[in-house]
Ligand binder design. Structure first.
Ligand SMILES: Nc1nc2c(ncn2[C@@H]2O[C@H](COP(=O)(O)OP(=O)(O)O)[C@@H](O)[C@H]2O)c(=O)[nH]1
Ligand SMILES: [Mg+2]
Length: 359
């Protein structure tokens, strides 16, 4: 399989992705072998409510990247089954037009990954695509819950797609999408209310960056944007004002300019605003790179991945043990009868594992 991947065989890629997605025997050693080839591809999360036009945008983005000579891997994460979900079936039919091109590979992930969280499974499939050599890896998720936010967190750049239909802006604040957005896309800008939504998002972003600046010392006068109490504490009773200003200026120079998520308008079906979106994604990546945030994000990703692999190994170890399963079965009728709590039953199983392995 490794040879096939190195030879850039699409069939080997499809097999490798299935192996990883299903957590089939050997998938972890495959991923371990690929680790040295990672880091070329840029991972871009496209998230937002169902029907916002994420798939249509991805199709347009893919076409734009292909026109620029870049190859594209697409991962569509959808909790509904690809065989029953009508919308996803629609996606597939439209996406398959792109997949006739060998520079594009599209994979729908219906399962949450049998061996762990959806975010981990998605990240592992993205690794395979990265190692294979795709320049851009686009990950579509429906932005509705924590697991989707986790998937988005696994990307280098996250674009949040909204539409000028009822109350998306409010939904965004509630769902935590505001915090993860590097780029906002107001799609269906051909519909009424698009300008209003862009304005609202702009105002919300302004409020957010206001909070960011509150922690950056001001150049002229230390109290601007902060409470007097805070300013006094940071100044100290004996410090001269000039010295405080010099310190503020040094701190401001050392703080990289924060990224302000742009709010773009697109009409995915009309191919409008796509070049601007490509440009915004490029600018964000350049910003990540220049500020060292890219390395930080990727390091955090590897930290999470390593922890997840440990968790997975522990789960496998605990439940592959026949005694653990027997202990659980034996305890269950007591638990069901209300005589033993699940916590006591679990403690018994853990204690037995510790004894048996001499932990
Ligand atoms: N009017 C209009 N419709 C769009 C636009 N973008 C996508 N659509 C339509 O919206 C529907 C949902 O699009 P889809 O890409 O499947 O949304 P997803 O669920 O976010 O992936 C489809 O019927 C698209 O043709 C747009 O910019 N304007
Ligand atoms: Mg879709």
């Amino acid at each position: 399989m490794l040879d096939g991947l190195r030879a850039r065989s699409p069939a080997a890629l499809a097999r490798a992705i299935s192996l990883v997605e299903n957590g089939a025997p050997g998938f972890e050693s495959l991923l371990a072998s690929l680790h040295g080839s990672l880091g070329r591809g840029r991972r871009i999360g496209i998230t937002g409510p169902p029907g916002a036009g994420k798939s249509t945008l991805i199709e347009r983005l893919t076409a734009a990247y292909r026109a620029g000579g870049l190859t594209v891997g697409v991962i569509a994460v959808d909790p509904s089954s690809p065989f029953t979900g009508g919308a996803l079936l629609g996606d597939r039919i439209r996406m398959e037009q792109a997949s006739l091109d060998p520079g594009v590979f599209i994979r729908s992930m219906a399962s949450r990954g049998s061996q762990g969280g959806m975010a981990t499974a998605t990240g592992e499939v993205a690794d395979v695509m990265d190692a294979y050599g795709f320049d851009r890896i686009l990950i579509e998720t429906v932005g509705v819950g924590q697991s989707e936010l986790d998937v988005a967190a696994a990307a280098d750049t996250t674009a949040v797609v909204l539409v000028p239909e009822s109350g998306d802006d409010i939904q965004v604040m509630k769902a935590g999408l505001m915090e993860i957005a590097d780029v906002f896309v107001v799609n269906k800008a051909d519909r009424p209310g698009a300008d209003r939504l862009r304005q609202d998002l702009g105002v919300a972003m302004g409020l957010r960056s206001g909070q960011v600046y509150r922690h950056v010392p001001a150049h002229h006068g230390p109290t601007h944007g902060r409470t007097l109490g805070e300013a006094e504490r940071s100044l100290g009773a004996s410090e001269g004002a000039e010295r405080a200003v010099r310190q503020s200026e040094r701190a401001a120079a050392a703080t990289p300019t924060p990224w302000e998520p742009p709010v773009l308008a697109t009409v995915a079906t009309g191919n409008t605003g796509i070049a601007e979106l490509v440009d915004a994604l490029n600018r964000h990546f350049a910003h990540l790179d220049a500020t060292g945030t890219l390395a930080t994000r990727r390091r955090r990703r590897l930290d999470l991945r390593t922890r997840e692999v440990v968790d997975r190994a522990l789960r496998r170890w605990a439940w592959s043990d026949a005694e653990s399963r027997r202990h659980l079965e034996a305890a269950l009728s007591e638990v069901a009868a209300g005589r033993v709590s699940p916590y006591d039953a679990a403690a018994g199983i853990v204690a037995r594992l510790q004894r048996s392995e001499g932990v």
